[in-house]
Structures are given as structure tokens and as C-alpha cells.
Design a protein. Structure first.
Length: 147
């Protein structure tokens, strides 16, 4: 089976609070386990960035569901490509909430201390995801304990 990655950004709707994000993660983890999809969801300043990886058909199916989810607006497909191996093989859906640990990544790729989805391009999206991956344990725990 051909494996692929998909990266998108979106804007959270007004009613998308932390309880709603918990519901998104619960559903994503359950469905991703069923479909053998792995990846990470990053949420910052009312924006989502998500990286999905797995069987190409399953990744496309999950993305199609996401585009129909009214908890997102301004959904923008940033990059999709074939991959040789998974980066997030141990994560049905890792979650990285907004955290001060991630400010250097914002500065490096977005010239801002804030997350800016408009600065994410097909050329830099994968690099941003790898930087997030490198920060995953500390960013996840700091963000989780910080609210």
C-alpha cells in the first residue's frame, strides 16, 4: 500500500473551546486507530495545523471528513506527498497545544511569536512538523499543564 502524508491548516470556529478540542482528539484517535492513521494536531491562537500519515486512501478519507467538520473554517490543504516511512508511528493523534516552548519555531518559520497559518507553505510545512515532532514531549506536557 502506498503511504502518504497530508498537512492542512484551518481556523477554529467560535464554539471550539478546550472541551470541543478534547472531543476532536477523542474521535480522531479512535478513527485513526481503526484506519491505521498516525499524526499530530497543533492548536495555537485559534488555528489548527494537522499532519496525517498512513495509507493514501485512508488519509484522503480522513481529510474529506475534516473538510465537512463545522468546527473548522478556512481549511487549506498545504501539502500532500508519498512517504517512505511514518514519523508519528507511535501516535494515533499526538496533540500539541499552544505553548511558549514553540515560540522559537514560530519565529524561525513565521517571523512572529504567534502561529500564523498563512506563513505555512508546501516548502516549509514538513520542516515545521519535524520541529514540532522534536519538541513533542516538552511542548505536549508544558502546554497540557499550562491549560
Amino acid at each position: 500500500m502506498e503511504q502518504s502524508k497530508l498537512i492542512y491548516t484551518s481556523t477554529a470556529c467560535d464554539h471550539c473551546d478546550s472541551a470541543e478540542i478534547d472531543k476532536i482528539l477523542e474521535t480522531a484517535r479512535r478513527v485513526n486507530l481503526e484506519k491505521s492513521i498516525t499524526g499530530v494536531l497543533y492548536f495555537s491562537s485559534n488555528y489548527f495545523m494537522q499532519y496525517l500519515e498512513g495509507d493514501t486512501g485512508s488519509v484522503e478519507e480522513i481529510y474529506s471528513r475534516i473538510t465537512q467538520d463545522d468546527r473548522h473554517t478556512n481549511i487549506r490543504l498545504v501539502d500532500t506527498a508519498s512517504i517512505e516511512e511514518r514519523k508519528f508511528a507511535d501516535w494515533a493523534m499526538a496533540y500539541i497545544p499552544q505553548s511558549d516552548v514553540l515560540v522559537p519555531i514560530h519565529l524561525k518559520f513565521m517571523d512572529s511569536t504567534e502561529f500564523n497559518p498563512e506563513a505555512i507553505t508546501a516548502d516549509n510545512a514538513t520542516d515545521i512538523v519535524w520541529e514540532l515532532y522534536a519538541q513533542l514531549p516538552s511542548a505536549h506536557y508544558e502546554g497540557s499543564s499550562g491549560g
